[in-house]
Write a protein of this length. Structure first.
Length: 290
C-alpha cells in the first residue's frame, strides 16, 4: 500500500501544535503527525502527517486556511525497504581511532581501531552525519591532548555512539540520556551489541532532569549533539554540571548558527577551544573557566 505525506509550515509554536492536533482528527486519519521547529532562524514550524492512503486534500486546504498555514504539499512515497537501503548507502566511517559500522560490514573492521557497532535499522547517529562525525573527531582531539575524563554525560544520546566512544577509551562513569524512551531503548540495544552494557547507564530525561545525572555531576566532559534551540536553552545547565576546567562538545548546529551558540556559552562561563565545520554543520569544544 502506498504511503502519503502532507506537509506545511506556519509561524508560531502554539498554532503549529494546534494544527497538528487538528490533523489527528482527519478522516482518513494519519498514522502519525509531527510538529517541528525549522532550525534556520525563520521562526517557522513544520507540521506533517503520514497517511496509508491518499489524504483528504480538501480537508487539508480548510485546515491550512483556518490556522494561517501555507498550503499543504501532498506527496506519495515509493515503497522502500529502508533497512536494505541504509545498508547499501551507509559505508563504515573512520573518525580518528573510531570505526563506526553496521553488522553487515563486520568483515571490514581494520586492526588497531576502536570499533563501534550501530545497526542500520538505527541509523540516527551512525557517524555519517556531519554532527556525529564532528563530535567523534572532537573527542579524538581531546584524547590527543592527553585528557582523561572520569565522568561523562551524553545528553540527547540517540544511538549512544558518543557515550560508547568514551567508554572505549576511558574507565569512566558514563551516563547517556535522551528525551525519547525509544532512543533510550535503541541506545541500550547498541550497548549490548558492543558488549559494553555495563559501561554506560542510559536514562530517559529532558536535559539533566534525572536524579542520576545530578548525583554524578560535575562532569569532565558533556556531549550534546542536539539542535541550536535546545543547546541555547540548556547552556546554564550544561555549564553548571561541568567540572571547573571540564569540556563540552556541542553539535547539531548549522554553520550560520554557531556564532550565536558560542556567544551564549561564553556568557555562561566557558572559553571556546575549537570550532570545526563539516559540510553545513559546526562542532564546538568549549571549556569551563576554572
Amino acid at each position: 500500500m502506498p504511503t502519503f505525506t502532507a506537509l506545511t509550515t506556519l509561524k508560531g509554536k502554539k498554532d503549529a501544535e494546534a494544527l497538528g492536533e487538528a490533523m489527528e482528527r482527519l478522516s482518513p486519519e494519519p498514522t502519525g503527525v509531527g510538529v517541528f521547529e525549522v532550525e534556520d532562524g525563520s521562526g517557522l514550524w513544520e507540521v506533517g502527517g503520514y497517511f496509508e492512503g491518499a489524504p483528504d486534500q480538501a480537508a487539508l486546504a480548510v485546515l491550512a486556511v483556518a490556522f494561517g498555514a501555507n498550503p499543504f504539499v501532498v506527496s506519495e512515497l515509493p515503497e522502500t525497504d529502508w533497512v536494505a537501503h541504509v545498508r547499501r548507502e551507509l559505508a563504515p566511517v573512520r573518525a580518528g581511532r573510531f570505526f563506526v559500522y553496521g553488522s553487515h560490514d563486520a568483515d571490514k573492521v581494520p586492526e588497531g581501531v576502536e570499533p563501534l557497532l550501530i545497526e542500520a535499522a538505527m541509523a540516527f547517529g551512525t557517524g555519517h552525519h556531519g554532527t556525529t562525525l564532528g563530535c567523534l573527531m572532537a573527542l579524538e582531539t581531546l584524547i590527543a591532548q592527553g585528557i582523561e575524563a572520569r565522568r561523562v554525560a551524553d545528553i540527547g544520546c540517540g544511538t549512544a555512539v558518543l557515550a560508547m566512544a568514551a567508554a572505549r577509551v576511558w574507565d569512566a562513569t558514563i551516563l547517556a540520556s535522551d528525551i525519547d524512551q525509544v532512543a533510550v531503548d535503541v541506545a541500550r540495544a547498541n550497548l549490548r551489541a558492543n558488549g559494553i552494557e555495563n559501561g554506560v547507564d542510559c536514562v530517559e530525561a529532558a536535559g539533566f532532569d534525572h536524579p542520576s545525572l545530578h548525583e554524578n555531576a560535575p562532569y569532565d566532559l558533556v556531549f550534546a549533539n542536539i539542535l541550536k534551540g535546545p543547546l541555547v536553552a540548556l547552556a546554564p545547565d550544561i555549564v553548571a554540571h561541568l567540572e571547573d576546567g571540564g569540556h563540552a562538545i556541542l553539535s547539531g548546529i548549522l554553520n550560520e548558527q554557531a556564532a550565536e551558540v558560542i556567544g551564549v556559552y561564553l556568557e555562561n562561563g566557558t572559553n571556546l577551544v575549537s570550532h570545526e565545520e563539516i559540510g553545513d554543520w559546526s562542532t564546538l569544544i568549549l571549556q569551563k573557566i576554572a
